[in-house]
Design a protein around this ligand. Structure first.
Ligand code: NAD
Length: 306
C-alpha cells in the first residue's frame, strides 16, 4: 500500500507559522507596490504574491527580481481567493481597476490602496465596490523616491515612515486590523485622519512642492539659451528639482484628483511670492532678510523635530 505523503515540516517537526497574508494581489508593481511586496516577503508575512500590470516588461522584471511570484493579465482571475488586494496604480486608473475586480472578490478579501490623494479614491471605491466598500481601507504611505517601476522597489522604503489611514464610517474593524498589521510589518508608523484633512495637508506639503519643482525646471528649459543655463546650475538647483524626476503620469493624476486643495495651496503660494516680488522691486533689504530668516528658522525647527 502506498504511504500517504506528510506535509513538509521544518527541522524539529514544527509547522512554519501561517503568514499574515496567504495571497496578496498587487495592481501596479512599481516603486510602491513592489516595495510593499518586498517588505512583507522579508518579514515572511506573505505566502504568495500575484502582480497585475499594464506593462509586460515591468512584470517580467518584477518576477525576475523576486518582487512577485506570479504575473497575471486577467484581473478577475488574479483576485480569486485573495486575502489582500493592494492598488498601487496611478490615480487615474483606480476607478477602472476597482470596476474590473468588484464582481470577483471573495467574501473575505480586503482591498486597500496607496494613492497620494484620498477623497477621489474613496468616492470611486464607494461607487464601484458597493457592499464590499466596508472591506476597502484607504491608505497613503508617506514614503517614496522620484524613481518608478518594479526595478526601483526596495524592502526598506517604508521603514520609520508614516502611513496615513483615512477610514470611513463603514470601514470594517477586521479590514483595518489587517491593513494596519501589514504596513506595520513593513516598518511604518500608523496615523489616522479624515480624507479631507489628508487632501488639504498633502496639497500643501507634497503636491505644491512638486509643482514648484517641475515648474523650476520648465522655466529654465523654456529659455532660449537653456543648454547654457543648465550648464551653470549648481547643487541648489539640483536639490530643488530632484522631485521633478518623478512620474509625469502620477503627478498629472494627483493634480486632477486634488484640484481644489491644490488650487488653494497655489493661490497662497502665489500671494507669498508676489509679496517677495514686491520686496525685491522696492529694494526692501530689511523685509527680504526678515522673510528669509523666518524661513530658515522654521526649517531648522522642523529638522530638529524629525
Ligand atoms: P510607479 O509608476 O512606480 O508604478 C505604478 C505601476 O502601475 C506601473 O508599473 C504601471 O505600469 C502600473 N499600472 C498603470 N496602470 C495600471 C493598471 N490599469 N493596472 C495595473 N497596473 C497599472 O508608481 P508608484 O510611485 O509606485 O505610485 C503608485 C501609486 O502610489 C500612485 O497612486 C501614487 O500616487 C502613490 N504613491 C506614490 C509615492 C511616490 O513617491 N512615488 C508615494 C506614495 C504614494
Amino acid at each position: 500500500m502506498k504511504k500517504k505523503r506528510q506535509p513538509a515540516r521544518k527541522a524539529g517537526g514544527r509547522k512554519p507559522p501561517k503568514p499574515l497574508i496567504g495571497k496578496l494581489v498587487i495592481f501596479g508593481v512599481g516603486l510602491i507596490g513592489g516595495s510593499f511586496a518586498l517588505a512583507l516577503k522579508r518579514q515572511r508575512a506573505v505566502g504568495h504574491v500575484v502582480g497585475v500590470g499594464r506593462s509586460r516588461s515591468n512584470l517580467l522584471a518584477a518576477k525576475r527580481l523576486g518582487v512577485i511570484d506570479e504575473m497575471a493579465t486577467d484581473p478577475a482571475v488574479a483576485v480569486k481567493n485573495a486575502d489582500l488586494v493592494l492598488l498601487a496604480v496611478p490615480l487615474g486608473q483606480t476607478r477602472a481597476v476597482l470596476a474590473h475586480i468588484a464582481p470577483h472578490l471573495a467574501s473575505h478579501t480586503v482591498v486597500t490602496d496607496a494613492g497620494s490623494t484620498k477623497r477621489d479614491v474613496i468616492e470611486s471605491a464607494r461607487r464601484q465596490l458597493g457592499a464590499t466598500f466596508s472591506r476597502f481601507v484607504p491608505a497613503h504611505p508617506i514614503a517614496g523616491t522620484e524613481k518608478s517601476g518594479a526595478a526601483a522597489a526596495f524592502a526598506e522604503l517604508f521603514e520609520q515612515r508614516n502611513l496615513i489611514l483615512t477610514p470611513e464610517p463603514e470601514t470594517s474593524a477586521r479590514a483595518m486590523k489587517l491593513v494596519r498589521a501589514a504596513w506595520k510589518l513593513a516598518g511604518m508608523r500608523i496615523l489616522e485622519m479624515t480624507a479631507s484633512q489628508h487632501d488639504r495637508i498633502f496639497a500643501l506639503v507634497s503636491h505644491l512642492p512638486h509643482l514648484l519643482s517641475f515648474t523650476a525646471v520648465a522655466n529654465i528649459a523654456g529659455q532660449a539659451n537653456a543648454p547654457k543655463l543648465f550648464q551653470h546650475t549648481g547643487g541648489g538647483f539640483r536639490d530643488l528639482t530632484r522631485i521633478a524626476g518623478s512620474s509625469p503620469e502620477m503627478w498629472r493624476d494627483i493634480c486632477l484628483a486634488n484640484r481644489d486643495a491644490i488650487l488653494s495651496a497655489l493661490d497662497g503660494y502665489l500671494s507669498d511670492l508676489e509679496a517677495v516680488r514686491g520686496m525685491v522691486e522696492a529694494s526692501d533689504g530689511a523685509a527680504l532678510e526678515q522673510k528669509f530668516a523666518a524661513s530658515r528658522n522654521a526649517r531648522a525647527k522642523w529638522l530638529l523635530k524629525k
